[in-house]
Ligand binder design. Structure first.
Ligand code: SAH
Ligand code: SF4
Ligand code: F3S
Length: 470
C-alpha cells in the first residue's frame, strides 16, 4: 500500500513530453526525441530546447527508436527521481547498440548536479547540458557528431531565454506554461534546486506579456506563470517600469478577460496582501494558490530554513481565506526530516487539519548530496518511520480532499474546457478556477475546447468533480 501511494505521489510530478511533427516531416533533416521529468519548469525548458533544435533542422518524434538524438530532461529533487532517469537510460542503451550513430543527451538538474561525472558513470551519454546552457546545444551536438563527448553546465546570472519562442510540446491548445523567472535564492536546507538552477533572476515583463498575448491570439485560454518562487518576481530595467509579481499578474490579466491566469509556486514568506488583492480584483486570475508548508513544526521549519513559523503559515492561510473565501489551496509536505520527533510530526498533521488543503504533494525526506541539510544534519529518521509518517499524512490528506470535493456538490462553477475526458469521448473535462478537474456530459451542445461553460456539480471523488451543464 505504502509503495503504491508513494508511486502515485512520485508520478504526479513526472512524465514525458512529445511534440508531433509540425508540417512535412521531410522538411527536417534529423529527428529528436525528448522526455521530461521533474517540475513544470523542466517541461517548460523542454519547449525552449525544442525551439532551439527546430532552428537547427531537427524535427520531433514520439518514437525514440527513429530518433537521431534522444534527450532526457532530468530532475534531482529526490533520489528516486534520479533513479528513474538511470533506469530509463538502460532502455536507450539497447537502442544505441543497434544504432551506433544515435546521440544521447542529458539535460536539466541531474546534468547540472553531476556535470562531467555523468559521462564517466553512464558511458552511453554523449552530451551533458545544464539548465542555463541550452543555447549551446547546437555546438555540443556538432562536437558529439564528431565523436567527442561534450559538456556545458555553466550557470548564468542573467539567462532567461526571454527571446526564444517555445515550441509547445504535447499541447492541448488551451493551457500553456510561461516561465517568468529562473533559479532560486532561498536555500531551504533540504533542497537541491539552488545548486542545480543557480541564482534567481526574473525575465523581462514585456516579453512575458507578449508571450501570453501571442498565446491568447493563437487560441490559448489559460497561462500558468512559472517560477520556483514567483512572489519574489522583480524586474527593474534602467530605462523602464519596475514590475513586481502583483503588477505582472495584473498586466497578464488585462490582456483579455477570456485569458485565465494561474501561477506556481508561491513561498509563504513572500506572498503579499498586494498579490492577494490583485487576485481578488480580477475574475480571470484563478482563485487557487499552491503554498508549500513542508512541516507544521517551527523547530523543523527553522532547520529547513523556511524562514517562517507554524503561526506565520497559519496566518497566511487565514489571510488568503479572508481576502478570497472561495480560494483553492494546495501544499507540499515532507515527512521525516532530520531529527523530527513524533510530536513534531503530529504538528504537521495538525497544520493540515487547520489549513484544510484541497490537494497536496507529499514526500518522505530524501537526502541530496551537497545540500545544507546533507552537510549539517544527520539523516537520522529510519526509512520505515519516514514511510509510516508519510502514510499518515497521505491518509489525512485523502480525507480532506474527499471532504473538499464532496462539499462542492450542488455548487456551480465556470469551467474552461480543456478537451474530451480521458475516460470517455462523450464527456468534456476542464478545470474550475480553484483548479479542480470537472467532468461532464457533452450532451450534443455546440461546445469546443477553449470554451467557458457553467457546470453544476452532482457528485465527486477525492480528485474529480462530476457535473452537468447548467
Ligand atoms: N520551489 C518550490 C518547490 C520546489 S521542489 C517551493 O519552494 O515551494 C517541490 C517539492 O519537493 C518541495 O516543495 C518539497 O516538498 C519537495 N522536496 C524538495 N526537496 C526534497 C527532498 N530533499 N526530499 C523530499 N522532498 C523534497
Ligand atoms: Fe527549493 Fe526552497 Fe527554492 Fe523551493 S524555495 S526551490 S524548496 S530552495
Ligand atoms: Fe527537479 Fe530541477 Fe525541477 S531538481 S523539481 S527538475 S528544478
Amino acid at each position: 500500500m505504502a509503495d503504491v501511494l508513494q508511486k502515485v505521489v512520485e508520478e504526479s510530478r513526472q512524465g514525458e513530453a512529445y511534440a508531433p511533427f509540425e508540417g512535412d516531416p521531410n522538411e527536417f533533416k534529423k529527428k529528436f526525441y525528448i522526455e521530461s521529468y521533474g517540475c513544470q519548469m523542466n517541461f517548460s525548458d523542454s519547449e525552449i530546447v525544442a525551439s532551439i533544435l527546430h532552428a537547427e533542422g531537427f524535427g520531433a518524434t514520439r518514437n525514440f527508436e527513429e530518433a537521431d538524438l534522444v534527450l532526457l530532461n532530468t530532475c534531482s529533487i529526490r533520489e528516486k527521481a534520479e533513479q528513474t532517469v538511470r533506469n530509463r537510460l538502460q532502455t536507450f542503451r539497447k537502442t544505441k547498440e543497434n544504432k551506433p550513430g544515435l546521440m544521447i543527451g542529458v539535460l536539466g538538474c541531474m546534468a547540472e548536479r553531476l556535470k562531467a561525472k555523468f559521462l564517466e558513470e553512464e558511458k552511453l551519454v554523449d552530451i551533458v547540458v545544464g539548465p542555463d546552457a541550452y543555447r549551446s546545444l547546437p555546438g555540443l551536438i556538432t562536437e558529439a557528431e564528431g565523436g567527442q563527448k561534450s559538456v556545458n553546465v555553466l550557470l548564468s546570472r542573467d539567462e532567461t531565454y526571454a527571446d526564444i519562442a517555445p515550441v509547445r510540446l504535447d499541447s492541448n491548445g488551451v493551457t500553456a506554461f510561461v516561465s517568468i523567472m529562473r533559479g532560486c535564492n532561498n536555500m531551504c536546507t533540504f533542497c537541491v534546486v539552488p545548486f542545480t538552477r543557480g541564482r534567481e533572476r526574473s525575465r523581462d515583463a514585456e516579453s512575458i506579456v507578449n508571450e501570453c498575448r501571442d498565446l491568447f491570439d493563437r487560441g490559448f485560454r489559460e497561462v500558468t506563470l512559472l517560477g520556483q518562487n514567483v512572489d519574489s518576481y522583480y524586474h527593474s530595467p534602467v530605462d523602464g517600469e519596475t514590475v513586481n509579481f502583483a503588477l505582472l499578474l495584473e498586466k497578464v490579466a488585462l490582456i483579455d478577460p477570456l485569458l485565465r491566469v494561474r501561477f506556481s509556486t508561491s513561498h509563504p514568506k513572500d506572498i503579499t496582501d498586494d498579490v492577494l488583492h490583485t487576485m481578488a480584483k480580477y475574475h480571470n486570475i484563478c482563485k487557487y494558490i499552491h503554498l508549500p508548508v513542508q512541516s507544521g513544526n517551527t523547530r523543523i521549519l527553522n532547520l529547513m530554513n523556511r524562514t517562517y513559523t507554524r503561526e506565520w503559515y497559519l496566518n497566511k492561510v487565514k489571510r488568503i481565506r479572508e481576502i478570497m473565501p472561495d480560494c483553492g489551496l494546495s501544499t507540499d509536505v515532507i515527512s521525516g526530516f532530520c531529527t523530527e520527533t513524533e510530536e513534531e510530526h503530529q504538528d504537521t498533521l495538525s497544520v493540515m487539519e487547520l489549513s484544510r488543503f484541497d490537494m497536496a504533494y507529499m514526500f518522505s525526506y530524501s537526502e541530496r548530496p551537497g545540500t545544507l541539510a546533507a552537510r549539517r544534519y544527520e539523516d537520522d529518521i529510519a526509512e520505515d518511520v519516514k514511510k509510516r509518517r508519510l502514510i499518515e499524512i497521505i491518509n489525512l490528506q485523502n480525507n480532506h480532499s474527499r471532504e473538499s470535493y464532496t462539499s462542492d456538490i450542488g455548487k456551480s462553477f465556470e469551467v474552461l474546457i480543456e478537451g474530451s475526458s480521458k475516460k470517455s469521448d462523450a464527456d468534456w473535462c476542464g478545470r474550475n478556477s480553484q483548479n479542480k478537474m470537472v467532468v461532464f456530459r457533452k450532451n450534443d451542445q455546440p461546445l469546443k475546447k477553449g470554451d467557458y461553460i457553467n457546470v453544476k456539480v452532482t457528485s465527486a471523488t477525492s480528485a474529480t468533480l462530476l457535473g452537468e451543464i447548467v
